[in-house]
Design a protein around this ligand. Structure first.
Ligand code: FES
Length: 101
């Protein structure tokens, strides 16, 4: 893809913390979300775990304590994209080391 500006949506779609909308550019699933500092951030709409879609359509993810929670296995991310937690993360790390994850 050429390095040019791409239209994703309008800032007015993201009024409150946790407001988001999903979209695609060049077939890539993406979303924009307003974080706790009122900044708009955009990410791939794909979980780092097993690549499940994180968010659908548009709405507000604030109901989950200002986290984006993957609906598949529950991995949670902060609005800045950093990983927060996962259920059974200790077991998962053991499985990774054993090459089973
Ligand atoms: S795919 Fe997201 S938590 Fe497993």
């Amino acid at each position: 893809m050429m390095r040019t500006w791409q239209f994703a949506g309008h800032a007015s779609q993201l009024q409150n913390t946790g407001d988001y909308f999903t979209f695609e550019i060049a077939g890539q699933p993406l979303f924009c979300i307003k974080d706790d500092k009122q900044e708009i951030r955009c990410f791939y709409n794909v979980c780092k775990h097993r690549a499940h879609e994180l968010l659908k359509g548009s709405g507000n993810s604030k109901r989950a304590a200002n986290l984006i929670i993957c609906p598949y296995h529950g991995w949670a991310y902060h609005y800045d994209g950093t990983f927060k937690a996962a259920p059974n993360i200790k077991l998962y790390l053991i499985l990774i080391q054993a090459n089973y994850a």
